[in-house]
Design a protein around this ligand. Sequence first.
Ligand code: GTP
Ligand code: MG
Length: 148
Amino acid sequence: IQKTFLMVKPDGVQRSIIGEVISRFEKKGFQLVGAKLMHISQELAETHYGEHKEKPFFGELVKFITSGPVFAMVWEGENVISVSRQMVGKTNPQEALPGTIRGDYGLIVDKNIIHGSDSPESAEREISLFFESEELTFYKKDADAWIY
Ligand code: GTP
Ligand code: MG
C-alpha cells in the first residue's frame, strides 16, 4: 500500500489549520502512520527543495519553510500520492479549486499552506528525509473494511 509525505507549512501552523488538514485526510479514508511538529533546518530545507535550487524563488522558499514550525506527516492508503495532491490543489492557491486545501485556505503562491510529495520517488525520498523508520507505525484499522 502506498505512502506519502504531507507537511503543513509554517503559514498553516500559524493559522491553526493543522487539525483541519488532518481531518480531511482522515475522513477521506487515509491512515496517519507518522507525524511530528518540528523546525526545519536550513540544510534540510535546501535538500528537501533541492529540485528548485536554480529557481529565482529558492532563497525565499527556504527562508519561508524554516521561518516557523511545520507539521510533518506520513499518510498511507490506496493511491495516496496522487489523491492527496488532488486534495491539496494547484500550487497557486488562486488557481486551486474550491474544495481543495489550497483553494479553500490559501491566497498567495509562496504561502500555500501545505506540501505533498508529487511522485512515488519523491514520496520515498521525502519520508526518509523527515522520518526515521522507528517513527512510523503500522496498525490495522477495523474501519478499513468499510473503506476498501
Ligand atoms: P510543494 O508541495 O510545496 O512542493 O508544492 P508544489 O509541488 O505544488 O509546487 P512546486 O514543487 O513546483 O514548488 C514548490 C513550492 O515553491 C510551492 O509550493 C510554492 O510554495 C513555492 N513556489 C512556487 N512558485 C513560486 C514562486 O513563483 N514564488 C515563490 N515565492 N514561491 C514559489
Ligand atoms: Mg513540489
